[in-house]
Design a protein around this ligand. Structure first.
Ligand SMILES: Nc1nc2c(c(=O)[nH]1)N[C@H]1C(S)=C(S)[C@@H](COP(=O)(O)OP(=O)(O)OC[C@H]3O[C@@H](n4cnc5c(=O)[nH]c(N)nc54)[C@H](O)[C@@H]3O)O[C@H]1N2
Ligand SMILES: Nc1nc2c(c(=O)[nH]1)N[C@H]1C(S)=C(S)[C@@H](COP(=O)(O)OP(=O)(O)OC[C@H]3O[C@@H](n4cnc5c(=O)[nH]c(N)nc54)[C@H](O)[C@@H]3O)O[C@H]1N2
Ligand SMILES: [Mo]
Length: 831
């Protein structure tokens, strides 16, 4: 049945707001305790760790950490709520006006949250209709189905792959390059150290514990961020952090944390030296340290000579010959807020004994985010310990268990993202009409707003495509992108937005067609245990049947492919369990001779196969041993302190060596701070994975303040504004406004607040109406920091996300407090 037929069958339009259709009992069973019997409980994996789960009367009852997980995250208490919550996507639904007018709907009202329930057949046909329209009227440059995100774990059901493979059977589309996590880092580091570094395995923790005298955590909070992993996280890192804590206590290892904020890691380790730095001013601090090292002759001239290129060129900048400004500690002090004496002391500490620098990622998610990464590599080169056990620099020890030795086993493959060879799309059209077919990940809103604009990106020219339709699965754009009000402007220009998700977060609510996916606990899968440790393979047993009318992503796109007449090409003729067996057997075969893996049935019953621990390893050791035989992947094979390649691009915002450049917005006396004096940091959440688990109602209630996302504040700043702990605050700038709950904390310095990313965007109308979310400037009733953030590229090099270049102000909220609008699904209407 096509759309026209379907619409004909509709009765006259009468909108009935059904309001929240919560049919859920309050959640009572949270995580159990380890002492309960658990052998007969089913095994599953998640970003938050592996679990054993039991059921009572067909309902998930208790969740326990898996047998091997000695350091489970407290987010285990949110797992059950991923399945049972008020925001659950229950039925296929279509936005009212889109259902009535399709491609010609009133897009300015997208976000009024009125949706109509339809059947799966109707929803999939509307989806395919829209794809037909975009391919016929615009061709592949009109369709962007390339955005990705943190999906759920599982090698078989990884949902973005299902969506992209199926949509590719229909026609081509725009894709992205890079990611929001390390957008600047992964582009700059190949020029400097020859690999992305951010996703590279790091020196093993055991060697760091053995050899390192001083660990410098730079913009890095591993204790918070290692709770989650890209694959099922083993949490073995926490064993090493516990050992580190002991060594710090005994005075055997010194840890310095260079961060505007006292981090969770610092509070856990205790006895850490906190080095406050003004936000976004790490480069001046690093330059001041480098200046002192050179002045005192503390730098390792031999290492610089033998392993790097371009130090002389950099020295001209450091000492002021090239720009007339000498980068002395006094100069640095005025910008970064650290005394010249302390900067000198840091130069001394960092050139004494074995020093491991550990960079976090936050510092590169800001304007010119390439620079602190490059400059940190220069400092590490000057220290001269790159390639030694427990020395040098790493860019990922806070991520997915990097630093746990890898088992060396081959890991299972995944359901394919691309078309199989020989399979042709229905619209076999590769004409992108002169537009680029691949764009930097964070530039899609620019693209919708300014199609045809030519931008620089990593030495290339990108012509932003004229996007008319978007399809999202496994990512939440209304979480990950910056500047909600600008997004609304862009969404007015989109003709159709399709979202496949497990719940009604803002990403779903700003869509036209929403297809309900079931969660990992409602399907069978298998996962890699330990993204970098590759410790084992974990079965992910189905706990309950898919709730309501939700389906697995595989089933959704099997039905979609069937409608295209391409089911076999999509599934390869295998069902869910056959795929799992196929992926498992591929892995078993690849490990043949090395590991004696059981057959699939035995594995599935046991729930887990353990490859055992790996051997300790040192990053860059081979390069250090012989830079000629083992060169880096840079053009010269050496560390490039000066990059001719980058210099040849002639970018004003990314010159040939690390450089300090002022930001468009910076607190503590920087640009824009007179009007909006407070720096907003939107760090990664302690009790969520981005926007995932925000839907877990009972768990969310353990940290919200008057139902709002917490906003962490400095006491003096709060007092100045008459704000007490637990008050509702309005945080604002010229881009937007939100409500959040005040949490006054001594971890936060003056001029800095934190609202964690992933808080669900919950706009309301002027009188607090839930249906007012579409308005530009609407008040966000829950506290999504991306209501306020700036949407610009880091530079012409990476064009990455700059969310941390953001100034705001805040006040006690005295208006009528609206109910939080974001957690009760759409406003269901019938036609
Ligand atoms: N201000 C600010 N913004 C940021 C950041 C920041 O630090 N500050 N960080 C950035 C970074 S580093 C990242 S990685 C991004 C993260 O941004 P995203 O990766 O977009 O965030 P997630 O919330 O993980 O989105 C995953 C989505 O997949 C859905 N999902 C989960 N399981 C399934 C499934 O089985 N099937 C389907 N179909 N869907 C499923 C979830 O419900 C959720 O909507 O955010 C970026 N944005
Ligand atoms: N619990 C949890 N863990 C996660 C995630 C999650 O959502 N939840 N997400 C995962 C993902 S996708 C990613 S990308 C990583 C993110 O990893 P990161 O980006 O490294 O993590 P953040 O915690 O946002 O920031 C780390 C620290 O940087 C500091 N910082 C911010 N700006 C500056 C600055 O200008 N200078 C200095 N010196 N320090 C600064 C912050 O105060 C914070 O303590 O985390 C991963 N781990
Ligand atoms: Mo990320």
């Amino acid at each position: 049945m096509n759309r026209r037929h379907f619409l004909k069958g509709l009765l006259s339009v009468s909108c009935v707001a059904l309001g929240s259709t919560s049919v859920l009992k309050p959640l009572t069973a949270m995580a159990g305790t380890l002492s309960e019997p658990k052998e007969d409980w089913l095994v599953t994996g998640s970003h938050w760790g592996a679990f054993r789960i039991n059921r009572k009367n067909g309902v998930i009852d208790k969740v326990l950490p898996f047998d091997t997980d000695k350091y489970p995250s407290d987010m285990i208490n949110g797992i059950r709520g991923l399945v049972y919550n008020n925001s659950r996507a229950r039925y296929p639904m279509v936005r009212l006006d889109y259902l009535l007018k399709g491609w010609d709907s009133d897009t300015t009202k997208r976000g009024d949250f009125r949706f109509v329930r339809v059947t799966w057949d109707q929803a999939l046909e509307l989806f395919i209709d829209a794809l037909n329209t975009v391919q016929t009227q615009y061709g592949p440059s009109g369709l962007h189905a390339g955005q990705t995100g943190w999906r759920a774990v599982g090698q078989m059901h990884s949902c973005t792959s299902h969506m992209q493979r199926a949509v590719a059977m229909h026609g081509n589309f725009i894709k992205k390059v890079g990611d929001y996590s390390t957008g600047a880092g992964q582009v700059i580091m190949p020029y400097v150290l020859g690999s992305t570094e951010v996703y590279a395995q790091g020196t093993s923790w055991s060697l760091i514990l053995e050899h390192t005298d001083t660990i410098v955590l730079w913009s890095n909070d591993p204790y918070k961020n290692l709770q989650v992993g890209w694959n099922t996280e083993t949490h073995e890192s926490y064993f090493y952090l516990a050992e580190l804590k002991k060594k710090v206590k005994e005075g055997k290892i010194k840890v310095i944390s260079i961060d505007p904020v006292v981090s969770k890691t610092q509070n856990y380790l205790e006895n850490v030296e906190h080095q406050y730095v003004n936000p976004q001013t790490d480069v001046p601090l690093m330059l001041g340290i480098a200046h002192e090292m050179v002045k005192q002759g503390w730098h390792d001239a031999d290492f610089i000579q033998g392993y790097s290129l371009g130090f002389d060129e950099f020295l001209k900048y450091l000492q002021g010959q090239s720009d007339g400004v000498e980068k002395t500690p006094e100069w640095a002090s005025k910008i970064c807020g650290i005394s010249p004496e302390r900067i000198r002391e840091l130069a001394k500490v960092m050139t004494t004994g074995r020093v491991q620098m550990m960079m976090g990622w936050c510092v590169q998610r800001q304007q010119h985010g390439e620079q602190p990464y490059w400059m940190a590599a220069v400092l590490a080169t000057m220290i001269g310990q790159i390639g030694l056990p427990g020395g040098g620099i790493s860019y990922g020890h806070h991520y997915s268990g990097i630093g746990i030795p890898a088992s060396g086993a081959a890991m299972p493959g995944a359901f394919p993202r691309n078309l199989d060879e020989g399979v042709k799309p229905i619209f076999d059209n590769n004409d992108f009409k002169g537009y680029s077919s691949v764009i930097p990940v964070a530039r899609w809103i620019d693209s919708i707003l300014e199609p045809g604009k030519v931008i620089d990106a990593n030495g290339n020219k990108v012509t932003l495509p004229d996007i008319k339709m978007m399809v999202f699965s496994g990512c939440n754009p209304w979480n990950h992108h910056q500047n909600r009000n600008r997004m609304k402007e862009a969404y007015h220009k989109l003709k159709c937005v399709v979202t496949i998700d497990t719940n009604w977060n803002a990403g779903s609510r700003f869509s036209d067609i929403v297809l309900p996916a079931c969660t990992t606990l409602e399907r069978n899968d298998l996962d890699i245990y330990g993204a970098y440790a590759n410790r084992g393979i974990l079965a992910m047993h189905k706990m309950v049947e898919p709730l309501y009318e939700s389906l697995s992503d595989f089933e959704i796109f099997t039905r979609f492919a069937r409608k295209l007449g391409k089911e076999k090409e999509y599934t390869r003729g295998m069902n869910e369990l056959q795929w799992l067996e196929y992926l498992y057997n591929g892995c078993k075969q690849a490990n043949n001779g090395q590991f004696d893996m059981p057959d699939f049935a035995s594995f599935w019953k046991a729930g887990y196969y353990d490859f055992g621990p790996g051997k300790p390893w040192v990053r860059h050791q081979a390069f250090r041993e012989d830079p000629e035989i083992n060169p880096l992947g840079t053009p010269s094979g050496l560390i490039e302190i000066y990059s001719r390649k980058i210099a040849s691009y002639n970018y004003d915002d990314c010159p040939g060596h690390p450089t300090w450049m002022e930001k468009v917005e910076r607190s503590h006396g920087g640009p824009g701070s007179k009007k909006h004096p407070i720096w907003l940091q939107s760090c990664h959440p302690d009790k969520r994975l981005h926007s995932q688990m925000c839907e877990s109602d009972e768990f969310r209630a353990t940290y919200t303040v008057k139902d709002r996302e917490p906003c962490y504040l400095n006491a003096k700043d709060a007092k100045k504004r008459g704000i007490k702990n637990g008050d509702i605050v309005r945080v604002f700038n010229d881009r937007g406004q939100l409500l959040a709950g005040a949490v006054i904390s001594s971890n936060f310095p003056e001029g800095v607040i934190r609202i964690q990313e992933g808080a669900w965007y919950s706009p309301v109308g002027k009188d607090g109406a839930k249906a007012g979310g579409w308005e530009i400037g609407a008040l966000d009733s829950y506290g999504d920091p991306n209501t306020l953030t700036l949407d610009i590229g880091t530079s012409k090099l990476a064009q990455a996300c700059s969310a941390y270049t953001c100034l705001v102000d805040y006040e006690k909220y005295t208006g009528k407090v609206p109910e939080v609008s974001g957690f009760s699904g759409p406003i269901e209407v019938s036609v």
